[in-house]
Design a protein around this ligand. Structure first.
Ligand SMILES: NC(=O)c1ccc[n+]([C@@H]2O[C@H](COP(=O)([O-])OP(=O)(O)OC[C@H]3O[C@@H](n4cnc5c(N)ncnc54)[C@H](O)[C@@H]3O)[C@@H](O)[C@H]2O)c1
Length: 375
């Protein structure tokens, strides 16, 4: 069977990882790379002298390709992906899918229209540790999920076209989308810029998934230490995912609370503590990006819908968009109205702190109304 001919667009920090993995994948071959920066393109050419080098999208689209992978800045994802889909190519876009909800929806429509695979590289969905956590949740090992608490901080690379939420939170939001079976109802985010550009470099993003399930995501480019940790706390057990622990990234804690029952328990809050074993499930070795690339190729060949398809990319983009609105409204909670609006129009409303104080009762009534529509 002939290999799928792939072109890689954008060869900065992340693009070379895609070149490496599409080259290693037995069902794909990289035939060309494209970058708007001639110096960058020349460097790639020196390391991969068999590849065709295209300094513009026009040049790349003249080549006989089956698919492209786009690893350019987020603000350019939409125009590049739009042209590639219109040229009849299957498209893999780096996270996040697009710079706003409208663009994300337009790409889904285009892919549907041209019957092409549109996939987003939400790499963590192909991480074996994350897959194990999903498995543990599905088997009921954790019981009912109470909350997710995530910290993704480092002295990070400042991006010029997006803030820290759009850069790092796609990872957490896509993991949550994958492991949690229900959609977010509302979001509140608090962020701050410490440079004269006004781009937030630290943010706390709080998501309400309903049924008393909360999530908090701390993303930060200004931390002196690197931490990548997520806690999934359940009614029976909890899981800690520490990505930087390469030997035991997932640990299951048989620890939690037990509420008193009976007449006394109803009148007093009797909380008991349970401290049991801690164990580390075996996590299969393997590079997430390699599985992601193989999955993209399989979806093209077999006409399957990718795990991280355009619709999933849209759900993440919608949350990022809502987080930005909330930051502008100084942490005001943004209510998301799923399903009611799949045409890409804005579907969230921010409630600012001042308004909140002035109209608390009204807000509660409004929240009840919005939430009831989502059930
Ligand atoms: N999946 C992951 O874990 C992961 C990790 C890092 C970055 N990313 C994503 O990868 C994408 C790129 O990030 P990066 O850090 O590599 O950025 P980068 O700035 O290092 O590289 C972007 C490259 O795209 C080129 N470029 C810009 N506009 C172009 C255009 N119109 N046509 C062709 N080339 C163009 C630039 O010259 C540059 O070489 C972003 O979407 C980012 O979110 C994903």
């Amino acid at each position: 069977m002939e290999k799928l001919k792939v072109g890689i667009i954008g060869c900065g920090y992340w693009g070379p990882n895609l070149i490496r993995n599409f080259t290693a994948c037995p069902t794909t071959e990289v035939v060309a790379v494209c970058d708007a920066n001639p110096a960058r393109l020349a460097t790639i050419g020196q390391n991969h002298n068999h590849l065709k080098l295209a300094c513009s999208l026009d040049e790349l689209l003249e080549l006989p390709l089956d698919a492209v992978a786009i690893a350019t800045p987020v603000s350019t994802h939409f125009p590049i992906a739009e042209r590639c889909l219109e040229a009849g190519l299957h498209v893999l876009v780096e996270k996040p899918l697009a710079a706003n909800v409208h663009e994300a929806q337009a790409l889904i429509n285009l892919a549907d229209h041209h019957k092409r695979v549109l996939m987003v590289d939400h790499t963590y969905l192909f991480n074996n540790a994350v897959r194990k956590i999903k498995e543990l949740l599905e088997y009921g090992e954790l019981g009912e999920l109470y909350y997710i608490d995530s910290i993704r901080i480092n002295l990070g690379l400042f991006q010029h076209d997006i803030n820290v939420v759009w850069d790092l939170a796609p990872h957490d939001l896509s993991i949550a989308d994958y492991v949690v079976d229900f959609e977010a109802r509302s979001i509140s985010a608090w962020g701050c810029s410490h440079t004269n550009r006004g781009t937030e470099d630290i943010a706390y993003v709080n998501v309400d998934y309903g049924d008393q399930m909360l999530a908090n995501f701390h993303v930060n480019w200004l931390s002196p230490v690197k931490i990548r940790q997520m806690i999934f706390a359940g009614s029976r057990k909890s899981v800690v995912f520490n990505e930087l622990n390469t030997t035991e990234p997932v640990k299951v804690y048989d620890r939690g609370i037990e509420l008193g029952s009976g007449v006394e328990g109803r009148h007093k809050l009797l909380v008991g503590y349970r401290t049991g074993d801690v164990w580390s499930p075996h996590i299969e070795a393997g590079e997430a990006l390699q599985s992601m690339v193989a999955h993209f190729a399989e979806c093209i060949r077999e006409g399957k819908t990718p795990l991280s398809d355009g619709r999933m990319g849209l759900r993440v983009t919608r949350l990022l968009d809502a987080a930005n609105r909330s930051i502008r409204a100084q942490g005001g909670r943004v209510v998301l109205s799923h399903g009611a609006n799949h045409n890409g129009n804005s579907d969230a409303s921010a409630i600012g702190p001042l308004e909140r104080n002035q109209d608390r009762a009204g807000r509660q009534a409004r929240s009840r109304l919005d939430y009831s529509l989502l059930r």
